[in-house]
Design a protein around this ligand. Structure first.
Ligand code: ADP
Ligand code: ZN
Length: 626
């Protein structure tokens, strides 16, 4: 009880939080009890507070963290909150590093961040033995596992920490852990009977949508982004080249877009990341390299221009949207071609041993199933991470909301086409893949078995393009009318629902081939979608409150620039929204707002109160609302 009170007091004083997020309390009390733990919370779930607050309340903590940018961001945010934290890494010169080591030894630091390869060096260990932390926190702990999606060899050596510190509590944190990864983490780190805490992966404020990818990707991404003027987001691609091209095309279309990938030099990457944190760009167009450690909570959209290689990646990347709990949107532009692309990438990667490659290919297939099936996205994700889903529908995804990946104009001849395709799959004895099946219905004679040219379905769709046919096949897959075998060369199979189509008992939905220019109807639909998205993004604020919110954001931006910190270090959007709604008139009233601690009131209180008072006077708004 005593420990809990200390922790609560620290949370309140430095963070302005008065409540725990789910499982934070359990994780912190496990630490207080000296127990090891594996803490699995989704991105945005509040993992860092699990070790930061106890580090202030109970005793210093060593944080092992994989990325330099992540350490720097966290340390900057902590310092701004009045918490003594520092990092030691390769960006520091010898003098700075020894100054920090001295601060640690003399007990002046609550948190010390270091990368795994640094932690196990002789000098670092000697420092830790001389001044041991109270506990060790290992961030992004899935990096230790082959079965995870982001294996890092240097993490393997962290197993050595247990030998060095046999009784010190070690807590491993990750956003992604299927049971296998979880076990691996506990084993590799030699945790002693760890408490396993698995959080809720349901993110009800995210709207998930899978859209068929169109040929003109920049136009499609631009259409999504146009609903978010003045807000920003992340666009993910598979390859560096695609990221650069897309950033360029978006810039040509008038967006402030900037590329980010591992092939850029460190300075360029840092510039991109800073531009994003400083809210100077509309979108970062990035490969998977971007995002670990992005603590901007007001990311309003995440678009996947290409399919990520695992559900873990997808969950983690989309999880960067809407961390403030406000509505945000995640759009996956899906094409089955991405599966092929991933297979090629993984097969040509010689650094992978066979076992790891197989594990990753299986993850690509799972991701493809997620994207191509018409099953509630929220439910699919939650169940994937081992949670039970209780609701019937989520009300916030393309499947439950009605328009699935087959959201094109309906094809008037869908039944006939579907029957041809499904019966062709059966005629081919369910032994062939999508490409081959398309070749047969188109009547192609090259590169096919001559015997198949005699099938009754041969050439029945000879006037259609290969592209249309492939699309229809993926639509049939998405509706569960066809199915794909697992394995390296997936073959098409007919499902029970597919048989109903053959018998004319079920109406499939296929899209009509797209016309070169968007017809009026679809333009209207786009406009409606845009308005709906805008409404979601602004949910809950009246027009006057929205105005105040914008004013506070503008203040935050200039203040952040003046202090040379990221805007979120000053306040999160949630705090600004709360200010716009409550409109406090006194420092005491300010403190009631979530996310505003003593130090923030001292530093920014009077500026905020002035802005709010002036705005309210002009707009004729009452202050100190409930
Ligand atoms: P994770 O590392 O799990 O992705 P973070 O630790 O970055 O998540 O936390 C996400 C956001 O939630 C941060 O903005 C953080 O300030 C906020 N947060 C964490 N714990 C609480 C809490 N108990 N009350 C309110 N906000 C919180
Ligand atoms: Zn749903």
């Amino acid at each position: 009880m005593h420990a809990e009170n200390l922790i609560r007091a620290a949370m309140h004083r430095h963070w302005g939080f008065s409540n725990f997020r789910p499982l934070q309390r359990e994780a912190m009390l496990a630490l207080a009890d000296g127990r090891d733990a594996v803490v699995v919370l989704p991105t945005g779930g509040g993992k860092s507070l699990c070790y930061q607050a106890p580090a202030v309340a109970l005793g210093p903590c060593l944080v092992v963290s994989p990325l330099i940018s992540l350490m720097q961001d966290q340390v900057a945010a902590l310092n701004a909150q009045g918490v003594a934290a520092a990092f030691i890494n390769s960006t520091l010169d010898r003098e700075e590093a020894s100054r920090i080591a001295l601060a640690w030894r003399s007990g002046r630091l609550n948190l010390l961040y270091a990368a795994p390869e640094r932690v196990l060096t002789g000098s670092f260990l000697a420092m830790l033995r001389a001044a041991p932390p109270c506990f060790i926190a290992i961030d992004e702990a899935h990096c230790i596992s082959h079965w995870g999606h982001d294996f890092r060899p240097e993490y393997r050596r962290l197993g050595g920490l247990r030998e060095q510190f046999p009784t010190m509590p070690i807590h491993a944190y990750t956003a992604t852990a299927t049971a296998r990864v979880r076990e691996d983490i506990a084993n590799q780190l030699a945790l002693r009977d760890p408490q396993i805490l698995v959080g809720n992966f349901h993110r009800p404020n995210l709207h998930y949508r899978v859209q068929r990818r169109e040929r003109d990707i920049p136009a499609q991404v631009a259409a999504i982004m146009s609903a978010y003027e003045g807000r920003s987001g992340i666009v993910y691609c598979i390859t560096r080249k695609r990221a650069e091209q897309l950033a360029e095309s978006l810039t040509k279309r008038g967006f402030r877009a900037i590329a980010y990938h591992a092939g850029m030099d460190a300075a360029d990457r840092q510039r991109a990341q800073q531009a994003f944190t400083a809210e100077e760009v509309d979108a970062v167009v990035a490969t998977v390299a971007f995002g670990m450690g992005i603590d901007r909570s007001n990311v309003r959209f995440v678009v996947h221009a290409e399919m990520p290689k695992s559900i873990e990646h997808y969950q983690q990347e989309t999880g960067r949207a809407g961390r403030d709990g406000l509505p945000a949107e995640c759009v996956l532009l899906y094409s089955p071609a991405d599966v092929v692309k991933w297979r090629q990438i993984l097969e040509s990667d010689e650094t992978l041993d066979d076992e790891v490659r197989e594990a990753q290919l299986a993850k690509v297939r799972e991701m493809n199933n997620f994207a191509s099936r018409l099953r509630c996205r929220h439910r699919s994700l939650v169940e994937y991470f081992g949670q039970v889903w209780h609701d019937t529908e989520c009300g916030n995804c393309d499947v439950c909301g009605g328009s699935g990946p087959t959201d094109g104009e309906p094809h008037p001849d869908a039944l006939r086409i579907a029957q041809i395709l499904i019966s062709c799959v059966l005629r081919l004895k369910e032994r062939r893949g999508a490409r081959y099946t398309a070749a047969i219905v188109r009547g192609q004679t090259e590169r096919v078995d001559p015997a198949d040219c005699g099938l009754s379905t041969f050439g029945l769709l000879k006037d259609e393009s290969a592209r249309n046919i492939r699309r229809w096949i993926s639509e049939l897959l998405a509706q569960g009318l066809l199915d794909q075998s697992p394995g390296q060369y997936p073959v098409l199979r007919c499902t029970a629902a597919g048989w109903e189509v053959l018998r004319g008992q079920r109406q499939p939905h296929l899209s009509r081939p797209e016309k070169p220019s968007a017809p009026a109807a679809s333009r209207k639909r786009r406009a409606e979608e845009k308005a709906a998205r805008r409404a979601r993004a602004d949910a809950g604020l009246s027009a006057a409150e929205q105005g105040l919110f914008e004013e506070l954001r503008a203040w935050r931006k200039t203040t952040a620039a003046r202090l040379r910190v990221a805007p979120y270090v000053i306040f999160h959007d949630t705090a600004l929204r709360a200010l716009a709604i409550v409109r406090p008139s006194t420092p005491q009233a300010l403190k009631v707002v979530h996310g505003i601690g003593d130090r923030k009131v001292r530093n920014f209180g009077s500026e905020l109160l002035t802005i709010i008072a002036q705005y309210c006077q002009q707009a004729g708004l009452a202050q100190d609302a409930e």
